[in-house]
Design a protein around this ligand. Structure first.
Ligand code: GRF
Length: 192
């Protein structure tokens, strides 16, 4: 069975959707590891619930030597036999020490129709811009922020809802699309 690692910095609702899909047999993979870079992130509780080990990183170490931290993470992922890294609300740019050994094996989910609204506040930015079609993108990770090759996208029409309702609708799409896309990727490989 393929093994995946999920990287998260916050709530981890996408982590949970992936772990639940694996538990339900909808995603033929084991969530081998959760990598978390924030000591109080709620994703840690979710990982506990699913018995997924957490590799906890200390934000201070990144300021000191990001390369060293990422080399350490890469080694740990290899030890766990990780085939695919899934970023899910991981708020750091992946550097070369992790990108090189896992090239074409790191994917990310972003809550907009890329290349529109890159960055950390995509939903709010799109809302303030007044767009009429929102969306979710899953893409490979490369050196360009939110710029790697697109794997899957789903459009979400605006229906007059407020920002909170809109966010909830976007997250609901994420929770369905991400596990399904990971499943397809693991079966069909990078050409999927
Ligand atoms: C999601 O909207 C994801 O698209 C973005 O960060 C958010 C993470 O949410 N990259 P959660 O931590 O999975 O609940």
């Amino acid at each position: 069975m393929k093994r995946i690692a999920v990287f998260a910095s916050g709530s981890g609702s996408n982590f949970e959707a992936i772990a639940q899909a694996a538990r339900d047999g909808k995603l033929d993979a084991e969530v081998a590891l959760c990598v978390c870079d924030r000591p109080k992130a709620y994703v840690r509780e979710r990982a506990k619930k699913f018995n997924v080990p957490v590799l906890q990183l200390n934000p201070k170490d990144f300021t000191f030597n990001k390369n060293l931290v990422e080399s350490f993470v890469a080694d740990d992922l290899k030890k766990h036999g990780v085939d695919l890294i899934c970023l899910a609300g991981y708020m750091r740019i992946i550097g070369p020490s992790l990108l090189e050994p896992f090239r074409d094996r790191i994917v990310n989910i972003h809550p907009s129709l890329l290349p529109a609204f890159k960055g950390a506040h995509a939903i709010r930015d799109a809302f303030e811009y007044g767009v009429k079609v929102y969306g979710v993108t899953i893409h490979y990770v490369n050196e360009d922020l939110d710029g790697g090759r697109i794997i899957a996208q789903e459009a979400i029409p605006y229906d007059g809802d407020d920002l909170d309702d809109l966010e909830a609708r976007i997250h609901a799409v994420e929770h369905r699309l991400y596990p399904a896309t990971i499943s397809r990727l693991l079966k069909d490989g990078p050409s999927a």
